[in-house]
Write a protein that binds this ligand. Sequence first.
Ligand SMILES: [Ca+2]
Ligand SMILES: [Ca+2]
Length: 269
Amino acid sequence: MSLRFGMLKTLSTPRKSLAALCGPVLALGMWSASPLAHAGNQLPIGDVNAVKASWGIVQIDGWAIDPDTSDSIPVHVYLGGPAGSGELHDLGYANVARPDVAAAYPGYGLGHGTAYNLLSTAQTGKVPYYVYAIDGQDASKHTLIGNGTVNIPMTNKLPVGSFDGAAGGNGMVTVSGWALDPDLRGGAIIPVHVYVGGPYDSGEGHDVGEADASRPDVTAAIPHYDSNHGYNATFLTARRGTVPVYVYAIDFQDAHSHTLLGIHNVTIE
Ligand SMILES: [Ca+2]
Ligand SMILES: [Ca+2]
């Protein structure tokens, strides 16, 4: 059985043009109720608060409000150039709670942040980015709420971690340890695959899920990876006798890459 490597589901790379995403212009009478009465269409406001990048990934945090409505509005990001020439990433609606923005713009509600969406890109090096908030009433109109240059690393960092312990039982194996991808700080978690009786090309494969169990010692020892990165799994096996157990951590960006975290021998009855 081989490792079940596949494309990462959480990454997406929309390629549609800005124009293709623009809907029909709404008539004035269809506008949503406005917190601030105003005669004409007002263009969105917003800001980009932080930009992060690792190999293959850009993350942008910001907010956007259309002054004409308390509804959330879409945000588009272009990498490599402005709208029309760059690589489009549709962040969807900026609807993540941003209490600071809500406090600064009372009457518009809480949900106007973009959070750190994962934008998958093949671009590397110093890459220009442009962030647009799309008007809530006229999708052909937008506001550039931030732009600059993000430095996208040229190389992928492979997972790190540990295979701390293993135990055999009556037709069962238990493994424990921790794993994380150094490219992704914060809450990103990665899968762990275990092979009994040999490495991934000859052993019996088990996908034991993502390393998301509590490991306060790891959290304390490795700053900025402040999430749960432990794994602790017990599973059935057909193998018997004293056999080696291999544990692999699967890379976050590239599911074809992995790190062998360790090998332990167990005895299975
Ligand atoms: Ca508007
Ligand atoms: Ca990585």
